[in-house]
Design a protein around this ligand. Structure first.
Ligand SMILES: [Zn+2]
Length: 304
């Protein structure tokens, strides 16, 4: 027993000493001429990274990230719900969620059908009607989500390039990755894409069983929803019927047509490999601009 206690003490001391050594090596590395020279060399690239991190926050705050709400939760905020059952405190049962706008409480049959045919059921139960106004809203959502996705992945690519350029010792990346970014001057963005999630949930009356189908609106599912809505809308010979659908495919097409070059400042992806490009409506949708190819242009994030 005594031997075991000694072993524990020795282990704790060893780990403590190892941590102290790592700490000293870290402080030395960040103060080294080699590190400071690298840091200076990439200062402007880091500054641009941080400007894009600020831009990500801007997209997040001005974009559209909500769509539709469940009828079962529509007025739930007006009431408060409590389970006053005598046994509630000792039973870990399934409790139906009536408060969240994106949860639809329904029968088991609907949960199963929704899993087989999610787009149809999301449209039906979350009030996304097949009309021009809803189509525009879904396309808006798609643009916000794609814009944020691209800006966030642009930041990640830049962070990877910064790591390659500075090329710190392996122990720095293994134990002090966040510290490394901070020392280089990189402001890490905490923002993630707030994908709308729709849930069909069945909870049995006694709370003994629960099943749910979850549907996430990300770029591919939004494109599928846009295409489904447009097929359902009977196009008349109106201007609205002539326009293209604002999908990932169209955004990529416009960037290719414009040679991945900003129409204002003429900077291109070929000249700047990490360039963040966006597809912009020349006449904004809010002022009646259409998603037609002649009303769309490629701009860099600075010009947009
Ligand atoms: Zn530009």
């Amino acid at each position: 027993m005594e031997g075991f206690a000694t072993l524990v003490v020795v282990s704790i001391v060893t780990v403590g000493v190892a941590c102290a050594i790592l700490y000293i090596l870290k402080v030395r590395y960040f103060a080294s001429d080699e590190f400071l020279a690298h840091k200076n060399a990439i200062a402007s690239f880091v500054a641009e990274h941080n400007a894009i991190a600020g831009y990500v926050a801007e997209i997040r705050s001005r974009g559209t990230f909500d769509l539709g709400a469940s009828a079962t939760g529509g007025q739930a905020h007006l009431a408060s719900f409590q389970n006053t059952s005598h046994w509630n405190y000792r039973r870990d049962r399934n409790v139906a969620n009536y408060q969240a706008p994106n949860v639809h409480n329904c029968s088991l049959q609907v949960v199963r059908n929704a899993s087989a045919d999610p787009i149809k059921y999301v449209m039906k139960y979350f009030g996304i009607k097949a009309d021009e106004a809803h189509l525009v809203n879904v396309e808006d959502l798609g643009e916000s989500i794609a814009g944020l996705e691209e800006a966030i992945s642009n930041l990640q690519e830049r962070e990877a390039s910064i790591t390659v350029a500075v090329n710190p010792p392996a122990f720095i990346l293994k134990f002090f990755a966040k510290d490394f970014m901070k020392q280089v001057g990189v402001e890490l963005s905490p923002i993630t894409v707030p994908y709308p999630v729709y849930i069909f949930e069945y909870v049995s009356a006694g709370g003994n069983s629960s099943q749910r189908t979850t549907f996430t609106l990300n770029s591919p599912t939004i494109d599928a929803l846009v295409e489904t809505l447009s097929l359902k809308i009977r196009w008349k010979k109106s201007a609205a019927g002539q326009r293209a659908l604002m999908t990932t495919r169209l955004r990529n097409l416009i960037k290719e047509r414009d040679n991945h070059t900003c129409r204002y400042c003429k900077i291109s992806l070929a000249a700047e490999p990490h360039l963040l490009l966006e597809v912009d409506h020349i006449i904004p949708v809010s002022r009646g601009g259409m998603s037609t190819e002649d009303n769309l242009q490629t701009l860099c994030w600075r010009c947009n």
